[in-house]
Design a protein around this ligand. Structure first.
Ligand code: AOF
Ligand code: ZN
Length: 355
């Protein structure tokens, strides 16, 4: 915030209202891609007079919905927004301008928008119009909603989640490749949420040939209509060009016919991730693959988050390991930080961040 002069300190009640704005933002979590999930609350004389969220790219932003549905005049009110109001004309006009025109006297913002088209300009527009501005209220909680958007705006790399279904003894499939099913239905339903957050799902040709997975979002339990959720792009790693060979072509016909599918035969995984951001506007990537592909993403240090569904079973020595990679000695081990641990039906869900 060094480059922005004139922002004011937070007040005690700001944290309460910002939390409500974050709850609003969550309503758009599965539908706004590639846009961020943003919420807004309008408060006047300790009364919430308006609320809104950004539901879908192309539709109005959170600020506009909350100004529109306010039950009183918003003159002299305070707006709580979970992301800096935009200053640019994209698919919709700038929200900073809408707030200025509305007559609100104060705007409280969880964090700046790292989109280079905004990046502090929204705050400056508000300040220049004489509006009081506070930045940095519940920043971390707000950022949790948009890990992919924020990372790709800042670094031009997507936020990468790696999902693994494993047994108690760290196995993910039998030697034959058979893996249906290790985890229970509740865990598989939970995966639908992670898929719905993702602009792309990466898998390997082996998984496509062996499992013929759908890799789509089809849940009715996301709290939004299934048709409202944009389907993730399916990226198949096919270095040996096995999917273009005749014998396998029939089985994966469905996959190849889909223009949402991308076959990637280059071995440069970092280049793939960068291309997904730069060429396809994808910010969140989910890897759902076998132990080799998963292992190579870990080896390359490209995974931000590991999601392990651990089933209460033992598959034995001949089964495949959950990750296949070479590590020479203990000092080369890969470590993760345990972020969350919960029970999902019969299974355990473990969420780790790369450190
Ligand atoms: C806001 N409020 O609710 C959201 C914002 O193409 P557009 O017009 O939809 O603009 C998309 C960009 O606007 C997006 O990349 C991000 O920088 C910002 N998102 N801004 O003021 C909102 N969703
Ligand atoms: Zn906006």
């Amino acid at each position: 915030l060094d480059h922005i002069e004139g922002v004011e300190a937070a007040k005690t009640e700001d944290f309460y209202y910002m939390n409500l704005a974050i709850e609003e933002a969550k309503k758009g979590l599965y539908t706004t891609r590639p846009n961020p999930a943003v919420g807004c609350i309008i408060v006047k004389n300790d009364l919430i007079i308006g609320s809104g969220f950004h539901p879908k790219a192309g539709e109005p932003h959170a600020e506009v919905f909350s100004l529109r549905n306010s039950t009183q005049s918003v003159a002299e009110a305070t707006a709580y927004v979970t992301l800096e109001p935009c200053s640019h004309t994209g698919k919709t006009p700038p929200c900073a301008e809408a707030l200025i025109q509305s007559g609100v006297s104060r705007v409280v913002i969880a964090g700046l928008d790292p989109n280079p088209k905004v990046a502090g300009r929204g705050v400056n527009m508000l300040l220049e119009a004489g509006i009081k501005v506070t930045v940095g209220v519940c920043t971390e909680q707000a950022e949790q909603l948009n890990l992919g958007f924020l990372k790709s705006m800042r670094y031009k790399m997507p936020y990468v989640r790696l999902k693994i279904a494993s047994s108690l003894d760290g196995r993910t499939a039998m030697a034959s490749g058979e893996s249906k099913w290790i985890t229970g239905p509740a865990a598989r339903e939970d995966v639908q949420k992670v898929r719905a957050l993702s602009g792309a799902i990466i898998t390997g040709s082996q998984t496509v040939i062996e499992d013929d997975p759908s890799l789509n979002v089809r849940s009715t339990q996301l709290g939004v209509e299934a048709e409202q959720v944009p389907q993730p792009k399916v990226v198949v790693l096919d270095r040996r060009k096995r999917l273009s060979q005749e014998g396998t072509a029939k089985k994966i016909y469905k996959v190849l016919q889909n223009d949402q599918t991308l076959l990637w035969s280059d071995s440069d995984l970092e280049a793939l991730l960068r291309a997904l951001v730069v060429e396809h506007d994808i910010h969140d990537v989910l890897i759902e693959a076998g132990s080799r592909v998963s292992g190579s993403f870990i080896t390359a240090g490209l995974v931000d988050e590991l999601i392990v569904y651990q089933a209460p079973c033992v598959l034995g020595n001949s089964a495949q390991p959950m990750l296949s990679l070479d590590i020479e000695n203990l000092s080369c081990q890969r470590r993760f930080q345990l972020m969350d641990c919960s029970r999902v039906g019969t299974d355990l869900k473990l969420v780790y961040k790369a450190i």
